[in-house]
Ligand binder design. Sequence first.
Ligand SMILES: NC(=O)c1ccc[n+]([C@@H]2O[C@H](COP(=O)([O-])OP(=O)(O)OC[C@H]3O[C@@H](n4cnc5c(N)ncnc54)[C@H](O)[C@@H]3O)[C@@H](O)[C@H]2O)c1
Length: 387
Amino acid sequence: MAGTTTSLDAFKENHESVSVDASRKLRVGIIGTGWIAGAHMRAYKNQPDVEIVAGADLVPGKAEAFFKAWELENVKCYPSHKEMLDDESLALDAVSVCTYNRQHAEPTVYALKKGVNVLLEKPMCVTTEEAVEIVRAEKESGKVLSIGFQPRMDENMKMIKKICQSGTLGKIYYIQTGGGRRRGIPTPFGTTFIEDETAGIGALGDIGCYSLDMVLNAIGYPKPLTVSGYKSAYFGTRPGYYPDHPEYADKFGVDDFAAAFIRLEGDIVLDFRIAWAMNLDTPGDTIILGTEGGLRIPSTECWNGTVGGEMTLYHEVAGLQTETKIPIVKTPGDLFDLKIRTFLDACKFGTAAPVSSAEILYNQAIIDGIAKSSALGREITIEIPEV
Ligand SMILES: NC(=O)c1ccc[n+]([C@@H]2O[C@H](COP(=O)([O-])OP(=O)(O)OC[C@H]3O[C@@H](n4cnc5c(N)ncnc54)[C@H](O)[C@@H]3O)[C@@H](O)[C@H]2O)c1
C-alpha cells in the first residue's frame, strides 16, 4: 500500500482524534477464504495493529492460495476451523468467520469456547436455534462477538436512527421495508449462495437481513411477536436464468423472493419484501410512519443495504403539512474498514461489540420465522428462548 492513501488514512483525516496503538498487534485468523474473506483481508491490511497469522478452508489448498495472492508469507493454513482453533500455539486474539451461512454457527461457537473474539459475517446464521446457541456461547465466553453488518457504519443509517430516536416521528406504528434486484442472484463465484446445504437461506437471509436491520436498529430492536411469511423460487430454478451455467438451476435450493407481515412489541407492524430476482425495478422504498411524522428512505436498484438517495421527512410545521429533505452525507472512511476497526477496538478495550448479537438474534428470528411460516402456510408465533 506504500505511496497510496488507505481508507484508514481517509478515516483519520476526518477523525483527528483517532490514533491506533500499533505497539501490540492483534493475532487474527480467517475462517473460510472465499469471496468475502478478500474484503476482510483488505481491511485488516489497512490496520497497523493486526497480524494475520492463520487461515482455514475446507477446500484443500484454497487457504494457501488465498494468502499467496495477498502476498502474505508465514500464515499457517488448516483444513477447517477446528484444527486452526485447536492449535493453541497460534495464540489467536480474533477470527473472522467468512464461511457460507450453514457454517456460521459451528465455527463461531467453537472459537468463542476457545476464548477467541469473533467477527461473524451476515446473516448471523440460518435458524433461531443456532442464533441462540451463538449468543449463549458469547455470554459464557465473555469475549467480543460482532456481526458483520457494515451498513451500520454508514452515516445515513445513523441519521435514520437519530430521526427515529429523536421523537420527530412521534409514536412509530407502521414500517414498510425491503429491497430487491431485477436480476441479482449471486453466483459469480459458484453455487454456495444458492445450494441449501451451504446457504440454507436465499434472498431472505442474504439481503433481507440488511433491510430488517436498517429499520429495527433505528427503532431499538423491539421483540418480534408473530409473522405471516411467504417465500418462493421462480427464477433461480430456471435453467435459462444462467446462460453459462444451466446446471445451476437443479442446484438452486433456497428462496429468491420472500414477503412477510410481522408484529413487533410496542404495537408496531412491519411489512417486508425482498427479492434476488423479480419483474420490477424495486419493490418499493422503506417508509416509517409515526403519529407526528413519516420518513421515506429511497431504495436502491440493486439492493445491498444502503440508502438510495435523499430522504424525505413528512411532518407539520405550525399546522402546515410540509416536507423536509434529508441530504445524503458522506461517511468518513470505507464501511468495511470501519467494520473491522470498530471490532478490533472492542477486542482491545473490552468494550461492547459494534453490532450486538443480542439484537441480531431478533433479526434472525424474523428470517427463520418467515421460512417456518411459509412452510406451514399460516401465521406463527415467534418463539425466542431466554438466553
Ligand atoms: N458483508 C458483506 O458485504 C458480504 C458480502 C458477501 C458475502 N457475505 C457473507 O459472507 C459469507 C461467505 O460468503 P462468500 O461469498 O465468501 O462464500 P464463499 O463460498 O466464496 O466462501 C466461503 C468459504 O468458506 C469455506 N468454509 C466453509 N465452512 C468452513 C469451515 N468450517 N472451516 C473452514 N472453511 C470453511 C468454504 O470452503 C469456502 O471457501 C456468507 O455468509 C455471505 O452472506 C457478506
